[in-house]
Ligand binder design. Sequence first.
Ligand code: SAM
Length: 378
Amino acid sequence: MAPLPAPTSDIGRLLTGEHLPIDRGNEGLPHVAQASQPALPTIGRCARLTVPREVPPMHDLVVRLSVTARCQLRCIYCLPEEAGGCACGGGQELPWRDLMRLVAALHDRFHVRRVRFTGGEPLLRRDLPDLIEAIAELGIPELAMTTNGQLLAPRAAELRRRGLQRVNISLDSLDPVRFGAISRGGNLARTVEGIRAAQAAGLNPVKLNVVVLRGRNDGEVGDLLHFALQTGCHVRFLELMPIGVAASHWATTWVGQDEIRARLKQPDLTWEEMPWFPQETCRDWRVRDHTGRETVCGFIAAVSQPFCASCRRVRITADGGLHGCLSCNVRHDLNPVLAASTAAEAGAKIHLLMLAAFGDKRTGDFADSVESMCQVGG
Ligand code: SAM
């Protein structure tokens, strides 16, 4: 890693690993009223399509494998404050061998390009390295994980050794109090330690996921971009999706990509748009500062610039559910695939289930959903 700058600010202190206080505060930050908010896009209600969409080819799949619905944090846009009343408290978790068999059946029948381990919080599963190693042995080209980073530092090197290639780490604030409030209990210093450990282990590029929330962290997007420039991470700003608990405060907290970009325009930065591939959710820009440092800054504009039409993602949940669409609550049970007595029978079953799951995809826009990300795998 490049030498780190002197700690002149909180960002500097984070970079050098200087101790930041562990904040366990559950206090929500005050909502800052905006003088004038831009018009909100219209969101449809989640529903099964009545008009069949043109099904994108079912190869080159991206599988989001939710290894657990459990999470030790309760981010304000993801989970209700109280545990209970939501499957994120637990639910059945298939053994890692069964999860691997489901991915293997998919990969045999279709081509899986990427598996992303997610949740819930994937690092809560002790057997995650075994699962990663087994899936790496299937020959799937890209293995990535999305994590809150709280438990990453001591495990990053082993995960890399067992076959993980990249990590996305949620980082919604560089202020320890705000970070603790948005995540309801997360410790910023620990996530920053996880970022550094991931880089040192070679899980590069480390991508930082920022869900932008009006009145919470929208004033911090510039600092987060500079943090990425200083650390060599990539950063991606996510529009809030009206899913689960987020649906109730979406209208007052959503910030669109145009506004985020406007906040990021700074005289010392140059922006160059990078090629976009329709099956990707993120649109990337290469950003350089006046010292020659550069990073990749992406925008996942699920609401203002939906990517539904070319979506090739499917989600497998820890209890063996298949979801074709994040904004559709239909779950297809994969347990019959596990019960199949031959590979051919498993392949035939998963083929039918995939046809149904792809039939659930939206035509071109994002709808709201009553299920939370932790249930379907964020
Ligand atoms: N626990 C891990 C983490 O915190 O990254 C993985 C699961 S989390 C559900 C995966 C991603 O979904 C995170 O980057 C999170 O910020 C994002 N996410 C959750 N709810 C969201 C929402 N309503 N809108 C946009 N992104 C959301």
